[in-house]
Design a protein around this ligand. Structure first.
Ligand SMILES: Nc1ncnc2c1ncn2[C@@H]1O[C@H](COP(=O)(O)OP(=O)(O)O)[C@@H](O)[C@H]1O
Ligand SMILES: [Mg+2]
Length: 425
C-alpha cells in the first residue's frame, strides 16, 4: 500500500464529508464513553446509518479527524501492517496535529484482518480516539476479538427510531412537551407510515409508495447477494430464497427449522446441516433477531423454537391485512432493543408476547395487540396476568395502536398504552 494513495484517499474523503454530506439527522440513544480509552464499535445491519454516524463525528471534529472506508476499492489489499502507514500519511498531511488528540473513523473495518491490535494500541498509547463500524455479527459484543475484550464499547445501530423518523418529517418530539391536537394527528399519521415502511434512513426521506417500494426491493437484493450469497459463498440459491421468504413473512411468529425442513425437503435437495448454516447467516448479517422462551434453564430456552423479528418493518413480507398486529409487535420488539432490554417470550398455560428484562434486571411483561376487542380481550389480559404472576411482578403493559386506559385485574395493574406514544416517551 503506497502512502501517496493513502494521502489521496484521506484528502478526498475529507472533502466529500465536509462539502457534500449535509448535516445528518441526530441519532438518539447513541451514548459514547466519556473519558475512557475504548474503541467504540458501531455494529448493525447494512444501511442502518453507521457511516453517517461516523460522518457526523467527523463534521463535529473536522480539524482532527481521519475517515477511511475499508470497502473503498482503492483499499483492497490493505493489511493490518498498513495502519502505521495510514497514521503517518495523516500526520504528514496535518503536521500540526503531531502530539495532539485525533479521531480515527474506520468504516467497515471487519475487512481488515487483525484490526483489533492497532485499534487497541491507538487508544491506549497514541492519543487517538478510535471509532469503527461493521455490518457483520463479528462486531457484536459477545463475538468481539479477545484482543479487545474490556477495551471496546459497542453500540448497536438500528434503522431510525420513531423519534428519529419524526425528526426527518420535521416534528421534533424532544422540543415538544405537550402535543397539540394537530401535532398529535400528524404523529399518528406518520406512525402508520412508519409501521408499514419501517425506518431505514433513506426510505424515511422518501414520500411516495412507489419510491419506497423500489428502494426496499433494492436493499433486499443487495443484502441477498452481497451480505449473504457473496459473503458466505452460498451455492444453494433456491434454499436461500425459500428461507428468506419464509423468515421475512414469519416476523413476530415462532419459527421452527425442523418444520421448514419437512415442508421443503421434497421440493429441492438440501441437507439439514446446510439449512442450519444458512439460517445462522441471516442472524449473522443482523437481518433477523431471535427471541427465546422465558425459562430458568438454558436447556429449556434453547429447546423451544425461537420467535423471529426483523431488523426493520419495511422488510416484512405481508400476506394479509391481519398482519398489522404482527407489524406492531415487530416494532415494539425493535423499540425494546433500542431501550436496551433483553427480550423473551412467555408461553406456559397462556401466552404473553414479551417479558422484557431491563439493564438493572427488572422484568416487565408486555402484550402487543392492534386493538382490544371482545374476542381477544380475555386472552390478552389473562396471558399478561399469568406472566406477571409467573415472574412475580404486579405491573404489565398492553401496547395497542391507539388505546389508552388503566385496568386492575387479579392484583395486577395493567396499563393499556398506544405504541406510538410509548416509542417517543
Ligand atoms: N443520520 C442520518 N441523517 C440523514 N441521512 C442518513 C442518516 N443516516 C443514514 N442516512 C441515509 O441512509 C443512507 C445509508 O446510511 P449509511 O450510514 O450509509 O448506512 P450503513 O453505513 O449502516 O450501511 C445514507 O446514504 C444516507 O442517505
Ligand atoms: Mg457504511
Amino acid at each position: 500500500m503506497q502512502k501517496s494513495i493513502l494521502k489521496d484517499i484521506i484528502a478526498s474523503n475529507e472533502e466529500f464529508i465536509l462539502k457534500q454530506v449535509k448535516e445528518p439527522v441526530e441519532r438518539k440513544g447513541i451514548t459514547l464513553p466519556g473519558k475512557l480509552n475504548k474503541v467504540v464499535v458501531f455494529y448493525g445491519v447494512r444501511r442502518s446509518g453507521k457511516t453517517f454516524i461516523l460522518f457526523d463525528l467527523f463534521q463535529k471534529n473536522k480539524e482532527r479527524s481521519l475517515y477511511i472506508d475499508f470497502e473503498d476499492e482503492r483499499l483492497t489489499g490493505f493489511q493490518a501492517k498498513d495502519f502505521e502507514k495510514l497514521r503517518e500519511a495523516f500526520l504528514e498531511l496535518k503536521p500540526h496535529l503531531i502530539g495532539k488528540e485525533t479521531l480515527f473513523l474506520l468504516d467497515e473495518i471487519q475487512n481488515v484482518e487483525g484490526w483489533e491490535r492497532f485499534c487497541r494500541r491507538a487508544v491506549e498509547r497514541e492519543n487517538i480516539k478510535v471509532f469503527v463500524s461493521g455490518s457483520s455479527s463479528k462486531m457484536m459484543p459477545f463475538e468481539i476479538h479477545t484482543e479487545l475484550r474490556g477495551r471496546s464499547w459497542s453500540v448497536e445501530v438500528l434503522p431510525f427510531s420513531f423519534t428519529e423518523y419524526m425528526r426527518v418529517k420535521g416534528l421534533d418530539v424532544k422540543k415538544e412537551t405537550a402535543f397539540s391536537s394537530t401535532k398529535k394527528a400528524f404523529a399518528k399519521k406518520y406512525f402508520n407510515d412508519y409501521v408499514r415502511w419501517g425506518g431505514f434512513p433513506e426510505v424515511s426521506f422518501l414520500d411516495t409508495e412507489l419510491e419506497r417500494t423500489r428502494l426496499l426491493k433494492e436493499y433486499l437484493g443487495a443484502m441477498f447477494f452481497r451480505d449473504l450469497v457473496e459473503r458466505y459463498r452460498i451455492t444453494n440459491i433456491p434454499l436461500l430464497e425459500a428461507l428468506l421468504d419464509k423468515l421475512f413473512s414469519s416476523f413476530s411468529l415462532r419459527f421452527s427449522l425442523t418444520a421448514f425442513y419437512k415442508q421443503y425437503k421434497d421440493k429441492f435437495p438440501f441437507s439439514k446441516d446446510l439449512l442450519f448454516r444458512y439460517y445462522k447467516h441471516f442472524l449473522d448479517s443482523m437481518l433477523i433477531f431471535e427471541v427465546r422462551k422465558f425459562a430458568e434453564s438454558t436447556y429449556k430456552r434453547m429447546r423451544n423454537p425461537a420467535k423471529i423479528y426483523l431488523v426493520d418493518n419495511g422488510l416484512g413480507k405481508r400476506v394479509s391485512s391481519a398482519d398489522s398486529g404482527r407489524l406492531l409487535e415487530n416494532l415494539a420488539f425493535l423499540e425494546l432493543r433500542r431501550k436496551r432490554y433483553e427480550v423473551f417470550y412467555f408461553a406456559e398455560k397462556r401466552e404473553c408476547d414479551f417479558i422484557a428484562k431491563s439493564e438493572d434486571n427488572r422484568l416487565l411483561p408486555i402484550q402487543v395487540c392492534f386493538e382490544m376487542t371482545e374476542e381477544n380481550m380475555d386472552r390478552e389480559i389473562s396471558g399478561l396476568t399469568e406472566a406477571c404472576h409467573w415472574v412475580g411482578v404486579n405491573e404489565g403493559i398492553i401496547l395497542t395502536h391507539d388505546e389508552e386506559r388503566e385496568l386492575s385485574i387479579d392484583g395486577i395493574s395493567i396499563k393499556v398504552y398506544p405504541l406510538w406514544k410509548w416509542c417517543i416517551a
